[in-house]
Design a protein around this ligand. Structure first.
Ligand code: NDP
Length: 480
C-alpha cells in the first residue's frame, strides 16, 4: 500500500498529527493508499519553510529560475509513463488521455513559464513636462497558496505552481485529496532539478481543514484556486477580510452552439470529445448542446450512434475512451442529475446506466449519457453536473441561440460551429464567457488569458496574466 507524505522543506514527512485518509482507486473501488490528513500545524511548517526560502529564491536570477523550471519539465517528460500510469490509476481517466494530455501538459506548464519569465517586462512612463520618469517594479508577492481540483490533477496543479515559482514566490500547495499521487511524486522531481529546499511545499489533506488553513493563514498573501463555485465563494469569504490577492477558476455550464453551415464531420467528431473527454469531468466540456433546427434530427441520430460506440472500460487499457468517474460520491451525484430527467420532462436518448467492467466490478463506471431537454430553465441545463452527461436542444435563430447560451449563471467557455464569418464575429463578441472556441474545442495556446466570467470565476491565468497575478506592481517615480 502506498503511504504518501507531505513534501516540506525538500523532505518527505508524515503529518504531525499522524492522521491518515484512505486513497481509493476509482477503477476498482478499492483502497490502495493512505494520504496525510494534515492540519494547520503542517501548514505552519510549510509556511515556515517557504518563508525561510523566500529571501534567496526571490533574489535568484531569472536565468537560474528559468533553468530549474526547464529541468523540471525535462524530468517530467523523461518520467512520462510513470506519471501517466499514476494519474490514470489515481483518477480513473483513460491511460491514453493521461499519456497524451495530462502529463505532457504538466511538463509544458513548467517549460512555458520557465521561458515566459525571461520575456516578462514591466512598463515605464515618461511624465513629459514634469522632468520625471515612472517605472514599474514587478516583485514577487511572497508566500502564495495554490489549491487545485481532482479532474486534471497534475495539469492544473502545475498550471499554478509554475508561474508562481517563475515569478520568484515560494509556494504552499495542496492538490485535491481525491487525486494526490502525482503531486506527491513531483517533490522528488523538484529536488532532482535543483529547486532549493522550501521553495515549493506540498501538503495533503481535506479541503475543509488543510485547504481552509492555507486560505486563512494571514501571511500567505495570495491564493490561486481552481475548483467548484461553492468552494470558491467560501474561499473568497475567508480571504477578502485578509486582503489577499485571489484568482478563482470555478465551474462551468458551457454551451456548444451548432449551426447548419458548419463542417459537419469535424463538428461531430469534436463534439463527442468536448462532451465526454475525461468522462465529461473537464470544466471546459460543452455540456449544453444547442443545434440549429434544420440539422437537429440528423445530428441527434449521428451523435447518439457515435456516443454508443465509445469504449467504456479499464482505464489502464489503451483502447478505453471512457474510464471511471473519480469517486463513488461523484458517481452518485451524477446519477441524481440523470434521475431528474423524469421530473423535468426530459428524455434520456442514450446511456444513463452504471456499467460493470469485468474484474473491476466495484469501479465507478457510467455510460455516456445524452438527454434531450425541452427548456433551458431546468436544473439539467442550469447546474454543473461535471460528468458524462450532455443535454440537447434545438434552436431556430441566432438570437435564440445566443439567449440560450447566456441564460445560465456560469460563464467559462463556449464553442461555436459555423462557417459564417459575420455571425462568428457577432456571437463571439456577445457570448458572456471568458473563452470562445470557433470550429474547434480546447485548443490551448498557453500565452492566452484563461478564466471565466459570472459564477465561473474571478481573474485570469495563463501567459503574462499569470505572471502579473503572481507579482506585486510597485510604481517608482523619479524627478530629474
Ligand atoms: P472542489 O471545490 O471541491 O475542490 C477543489 C480544491 O479545493 C480541492 O483541493 C479541495 O480539497 C479544496 N477545498 C475544498 N474546500 C476547501 C476550502 N473550504 N478551503 C480551501 N480549499 C478547499 O472542486 P473539485 O475538486 O470537486 O473539482 C471540480 C470543480 O472544479 C468543478 O466545479 C469544475 O468545474 C472546477 N474546475 C474549474 C476549472 C477552471 O479552470 N475554471 C478547471 C477544472 C475544474 P479536497 O478535494 O481535499 O476537498
Amino acid at each position: 500500500m502506498n503511504q504518501l507524505q507531505n513534501f516540506i522543506n525538500g523532505h518527505y514527512v508524515n503529518p504531525i498529527n499522524n492522521n491518515w485518509i484512505d486513497n481509493i482507486c476509482p477503477a476498482n473501488g478499492q483502497v490502495y493508499g493512505k494520504i496525510p490528513n494534515s492540519d494547520q500545524n503542517d501548514v505552519q511548517e510549510a509556511y515556515t519553510a517557504a518563508a525561510n526560502a523566500f529571501p534567496i529564491w526571490s533574489k535568484t536570477t531569472i536565468e537560474e529560475r528559468s533553468k530549474i523550471l526547464l529541468k523540471i519539465s525535462d524530468l517530467l517528460e523523461a518520467n512520462l509513463d510513470r506519471f501517466a500510469k499514476a494519474e490514470s490509476l489515481d483518477n480513473g481517466k483513460p491511460i491514453s488521455l493521461a499519456t497524451t494530455v495530462d502529463i505532457p501538459r504538466a511538463a509544458s506548464n513548467f517549460r512555458f513559464f520557465g521561458n515566459a519569465i525571461t520575456q516578462f517586462a514591466s512598463e515605464s512612463h515618461e511624465s513629459v513636462g514634469h522632468n520625471a520618469i515612472n517605472y514599474t517594479l514587478r516583485q514577487p508577492i511572497g508566500i502564495v497558496g495554490c489549491i487545485s481540483p481532482w479532474n486534471l490533477p497534475l495539469y492544473l496543479f502545475t498550471w499554478k505552481i509554475a508561474p508562481a515559482l517563475a515569478a520568484g514566490n515560494c509556494v504552499v500547495a495542496k492538490p485535491s485529496e481525491i487525486t494526490p499521487v502525482t503531486a506527491y511524486l513531483l517533490g522528488n522531481i523538484c529536488n532532482e532539478a535543483g529547486l532549493p529546499k522550501g521553495v515549493l511545499n506540498i501538503i495533503h489533506g481535506l479541503g475543509a481543514t488543510t485547504g481552509q488553513a492555507i486560505v486563512a493563514y494571514p501571511q500567505i498573501k495570495a491564493i490561486s484556486f481552481t475548483g467548484g463555485t461553492k468552494t470558491g465563494a467560501q474561499i473568497a469569504a475567508v480571504a477578502a477580510p485578509l486582503f489577499k490577492k485571489l484568482s478563482l477558476e470555478l465551474g462551468g455550464k458551457n454551451p456548444n452552439i451548432i449551426f447548419g453551415d458548419c463542417d459537419y464531420d469535424l463538428m461531430l467528431e469534436t463534439t463527442v470529445r468536448s462532451s465526454f473527454a475525461n468522462q465529461g469531468q473537464i470544466c471546459l466540456c460543452g455540456s449544453r448542446i444547442f443545434v440549429e433546427a434544420s440539422i437537429y434530427d440528423r445530428f441527434k441520430t449521428d451523435f447518439i450512434a457515435k456516443v454508443k460506440a465509445l469504449k467504456i472500460g479499464d482505464p489502464s487499457d489503451k483502447n478505453t475512451r471512457i474510464g471511471a468517474l473519480v469517486s463513488k460520491a461523484h458517481l452518485e451525484k451524477v446519477k441524481q442529475y440523470i434521475a431528474l430527467s423524469k421530473e423535468e420532462q426530459a428524455t434520456v436518448l442514450c446511456g444513463g446506466n452504471e456499467v460493470t467492467v469485468p474484474h473491476l466490478e466495484n469501479g465507478f463506471y457510467l455510460e455516456p449519457t445524452v438527454i434531450e431537454v425541452t427548456t433551458n430553465d431546468c436544473r439539467l441545463n442550469q447546474e454543473e453536473i461535471f460528468g458524462p452527461v450532455v443535454t440537447l436542444m434545438p434552436f431556430k435563430t441566432e438570437t435564440e441561440a445566443l439567449n440560450l447560451a447566456n441564460q445560465v449563471p456560469y460563464g467559462l467557455s463556449a464553442t461555436l460551429w459555423t462557417n459564417n464569418l459575420k455571425r462568428t464575429m457577432r456571437l463571439s463578441s456577445e457570448l458572456q464567457t471568458g473563452i470562445v472556441w470557433v470550429n474547434t474545442w480546447m485548443m490551448r495556446d498557453l500565452r492566452t488569458p484563461f478564466g471565466g466570467t459570472k459564477a465561473s470565476g474571478v481573474g485570469r491565468e495563463g501567459g503574462f496574466e499569470a505572471l502579473r497575478f503572481f507579482t506585486e506592481p510597485k510604481n517608482v517615480c523619479i524627478q530629474y
